[in-house]
Design a protein. Structure first.
Length: 130
């Protein structure tokens, strides 16, 4: 038993209801920008979020991690296979970053020279004294 809808006004619906599924898919595609090369992406969606987060600097400012771009790989399964296998649909997400290390103004001497030591304990060069 359904209840009849009563309209008391003379006007019909003022705005046509848009295709909500199409809107959602277009928004998701704008967010990911999966079909655009990482160097050509606009500063919207996921690209904007990553650009906002980076660069990340160490507490002393000597090391910086700079964002270059991201790539989305090919999914292992298509959406229908994921439904059959009861898996979550996903694809590999890789970001390109650059690690920069500021060189110190004053160098400390380190014992990183190559030395050849024999198994018997004799060396071809002198060992450092403690």
């Amino acid at each position: 038993m359904s209840i009849p809808v009563r309209r008391y006004g003379k006007s019909q619906d003022a705005v046509e209801v848009p295709n909500l599924m199409k809107l959602q898919i277009e928004a998701y595609e704008r967010f990911l920008q999966a079909d655009v090369h990482y160097s050509d992406r606009d500063n919207v969606g996921l690209e904007a979020i990553l650009r906002e987060i980076f660069p990340i600097k160490s507490y002393d400012g000597k090391i910086t991690l700079t964002y270059i771009g991201y790539e989305l790989g090919r999914p292992r399964y298509n959406p229908d296979e994921c439904r059959q296998l009861r898996l979550t649909y996903g694809m590999p997400f890789k970001i390109r970053v650059r690690l920069r290390r500021r060189s110190p103004s004053r160098r400390r001497s380190t014992w990183a020279r190559s030395r050849s030591w024999s198994a018997a304990g004799n060396s071809s060069s002198t060992a450092p004294s403690a």
